[in-house]
Design a protein around this ligand. Structure first.
Ligand SMILES: [Zn+2]
Length: 142
C-alpha cells in the first residue's frame, strides 16, 4: 500500500510504502507539549519505507526541543508538520503525520492517545529503532 501525504502548500510531500494492505493504521495522538499545540497524530511501521520530497529546503524549519533527539520538519509557508525524523547511530528513522495524509480512508485510522512523558532518552531511542519507519530517503528539488 502506498500512502501519499503532504503539507498544505505541497512543499513537503511524502510517499509511505507498506508491504501489505493494512486493516487499520494506528495513529498515535502524542501528548507532548509540541503535539498538543499542533494536534500531532503520528504513524509509522518498522517494515515500511518513506520517501520525502522537499521542493524548497529553505522553506522548511527543523525544530527540536526537550531531549533534542527528534526533528520536526515544519513547512515555513503553510505551517504543517508532515514528518518527524530521529537520527540514531547514523541511521535515520521517521514517523509521518496522519493529518497530512492525502486521500486515505479515515475509517482505516485508529486513533489512540499516547504519552512518552518521563521516558528516559535511551529507552526513547530504542523504541524508535523498533517502531519508527526504518527506511527513510529525502529528495530535494522538483
Ligand atoms: Zn507547506
Amino acid at each position: 500500500m502506498l500512502i501519499q501525504g503532504s503539507c498544505h502548500c505541497g512543499n513537503i510531500a511524502f510517499e509511505f510504502t507498506l508491504e501489505a494492505e493494512p486493516k487499520e493504521i494506528p495513529a498515535r495522538a502524542c501528548d507532548c507539549t509540541f503535539c498538543t499545540k499542533h494536534g500531532g497524530l503520528w504513524t509509522s511501521n518498522p517494515a515500511g519505507s518513506l520517501k520525502v520530497t522537499v521542493r524548497d529546503p529553505a522553506l522548511v524549519s527543523k525544530y527540536a526541543f526537550g531531549t533534542n533527539t527528534a526533528l520536526f520538519h515544519i513547512c515555513k509557508r503553510c505551517g504543517v508538520v508532515p514528518v518527524v525524523t530521529s537520527e540514531i547511530e547514523s541511521h535515520l528513522y521517521a514517523v509521518v503525520s496522519v493529518n497530512a495524509f492525502n486521500g486515505v480512508d479515515p475509517a482505516l485510522i485508529q486513533r489512540k492517545p499516547i504519552s512518552f512523558e518521563g521516558e528516559m532518552v535511551e529507552s526513547r531511542l530504542a523504541r524508535r529503532t523498533r517502531n519508527w519507519i526504518g527506511k527513510v530517503e529525502f529528495v530535494e528539488g522538483d
